[in-house]
Design a protein around this ligand. Structure first.
Ligand SMILES: Cc1cc2nc3c(=O)[nH]c(=O)nc-3n(C[C@H](O)[C@H](O)[C@H](O)COP(=O)(O)OP(=O)(O)OC[C@H]3O[C@@H](n4cnc5c(N)ncnc54)[C@H](O)[C@@H]3O)c2cc1C
Length: 275
């Protein structure tokens, strides 16, 4: 449920209501149904501004069979099933080399090898479920600006509108993204390695239907993936992740569509006709 102002004490405070924080809070609430837990989730971006939330923009996510099973247990799958695209086969190829490998759902004896969900739709379903929950209190937009360990748990500073309030959590879950300044301030480190590669992410449309195929193609500049998306406005859509050498990415992002698509066709080939 949405709240305007938090209480002083919670059992669990989740920082960040993106894909990870929202999924975690909802699953925790389900698993602890009888435990009378008090859960607060704090998200910096208002749920009405879903497009601005990094987890829920125009990108897509491939949900594995295991993730589908978890969302099913959480009672969210029926809402997600209306929007996901099943992956019926996966084609793996190596640019410049002969042949390809095909994995099919029929061979594996499953309805689908995975499901592609558009992040915006996942955000809509998760936020709807958070708003409907009687266990989880959702404070958004509000920002956690500080976390200090105390003997009985953690003390958090919450910037809610233009005033700061203190909230205590017996357990704090940091789901505030990969570049978390809170982790850094708490001394929780991470290692980063530069591969010299950038991933260009966009949605594209093909002349031919993808027929539920996901493509994974290894190239000299890194992997190129195309996930199948549901048709829209008669377009055979796919979600592209194109890994390119870091020094080439600026040029590809700046060039016109014609040159971009010629470069992409050179890497992806004509499997689905004209892109
Ligand atoms: C092209 C691409 C494809 C991907 N495909 C897949 C895939 O197929 N399958 C998969 O599992 N993963 C995939 N990923 C990874 C996945 O997108 C990320 O792991 C996921 O978005 C991380 O979610 P998150 O909730 O941890 O962080 P984020 O999405 O970064 O969300 C963090 C949230 O915390 C909020 N926040 C931050 N700081 C604060 C604060 N101080 N106070 C309050 N709120 C705060 C932010 O507003 C935000 O909403 C992909 C990533 C990319 C780039």
């Amino acid at each position: 449920m949405h709240i305007e102002s938090p209480q002083p004490q919670y059992d669990v405070v989740v920082v960040g209501g993106g894909m990870v924080g929202a999924s975690f809070a909802l699953d925790l609430a389900r698993r602890c149904d009888n435990a009378d837990l008090k859960i607060l989730i704090v998200e910096a971006i208002a749920s009405s501004d879903l497009n601005d939330q990094p987890s829920f923009d125009a990108r897509s996510t491939a949900l594995s069979f295991g993730s589908k099973t978890i969302y099913e247990a959480m009672g969210l799958w029926s809402a997600l099933a209306e929007t996901v695209t099943p992956i019926l086969q996966i084609q793996v190829s190596d640019r410049g080399r002969f042949g390809s490998t095909q994995l099919t759902h029929a061979e594996q004896g499953v309805a689908a090898l995975g499901y592609v969900v558009e992040n915006r739709e996942l955000g809509r379903v998760l936020n709807h479920s958070l708003a409907a929950s009687s266990v989880i209190e959702q404070l958004a937009p509000a920002t956690i600006t500080g976390v200090v360990p105390r003997a009985s748990g953690m003390q958090l500073t919450v910037l809610n509108g233009d005033h700061e309030i203190e909230v205590n959590g017996s357990l704090v879950v940091l789901a505030d993204g990969g570049r978390s300044p809170i982790c850094k301030n708490l001394g929780i480190g991470h290692k980063q390695e530069d591969y010299g590669q950038h991933a260009i992410i966009t949605n594209i449309a093909f002349e031919l239907s993808h027929a539920g195929t996901a493509f994974e193609r290894f190239t000299d500049s890194g992997p190129l993936a195309v996930l199948p998306l549901a048709s829209f406005d008669g377009l055979n859509r796919g979600a592209l992740v194109w890994t390119v050498a870091a020094e080439r990415s600026a040029d590809l992002l700046d060039c016109d569509d014609k040159r971009f698509l010629a470069g992409l066709t050179d890497y992806f080939g004509g499997r689905l006709g004209e892109i």
